[in-house]
Design a protein around this ligand. Sequence first.
Ligand SMILES: [Zn+2]
Length: 283
Amino acid sequence: MRVGRYEIASVLDGFFALDGGAMFGIVPRPLWEKRIAPDARNRIRLAARCLVAVDRDARRVVVVDDGVGDKWDAKRTDIYAIDRSGGGMDAGLSRLGLSRSDVTDVLLTHLHFDHAGGTTRRGPDGALELSFPRATHHVQRRHWQLAHAPSEKDAGSFFAQDFEPLQHSNLLHLVEGEAQLFPDVELIVSEGHTFGQQLPRFHGDGSHLTFCGDVIPTHAHLRPSWVMAYDVSPVTTIEEKKVLLAEALEDDGVLFFEHDPGMAACRLREEDGHPVFREAVDL
Ligand SMILES: [Zn+2]
C-alpha cells in the first residue's frame, strides 16, 4: 500500500498468546470470546505484526516495532505460545526484497517484550547483539527511563536483554515528545497503556495511516471502553482511542493493528454518530 512517499507493508514476526481477560480489561468473557476465542488456558492468539515503510527516494527503510524476536527459552515459549514458524522478521523482509542490513531506522513504540523483542538476538558466541546493525533506534526518552525503573504493574513486560545493548551503542535516538521524525511521519505520544508510547502516523494523499500500537491492539478493541487490563491508565487510553478513531473517520484514514491475528488494518464508517469498523485493509 502506498501512503504519500511511503510504500507500507505488514510483516509478521510471529504469533504469541496472552490471557484473554487481561487483553479485554473489564469486558466480560461472554462478550470478548465471541470476537477472539480463547484456548484451554484462557489465552488468545495475538500477532506480533510489524510495519515496514520504504521511502525509495530517500533510501530510508523504517521498521516500526520488531516483534517478539527469538530469545525464548522453553518455559517462556510455552507460557506465551510463541509461534515464529512463518520465518519471523527475516522471512518477512525477504519477501519485500529487503534484509536486516537495509533497515535504516527502527521506531520502537515502546519497549514491552512483544514490541521490542526483536531488537536484539544472540550471536554465534551467545552474546547479545543488535538485530539491525545499521539502524538508528528511536525511543521516547521518558519511556526509555521508565523501562529502567518500571512500576510493579508493568515490570513483567520489560526484558532488559531486549534493549540494554542499545545503551552503549551509537544507534539510540531518544525522542522528546511529539515530533515529525521523518518527512510526512508524525509521532503521536500516548500515555494510557504505558508512559511515552509513540505511535507513527504516515501522511499522504489527503489521508493517513496510523500505527495503533497498544492503544487499539486488534480490531476487536475498536470500542472505546474495550481497553486492556495491562494499561497503566485505562481512562487515558479511552480518551486517546476516541481521538484516533475520530481522526481516522474524518479523512478516511487507515488504522494498523499490531496484535490482530487476522487483519493488518481497517477503515471506519459512522454509525449513530460513532466510528465503527467498515472494512479490512490488506497490506
Ligand atoms: Zn503489546
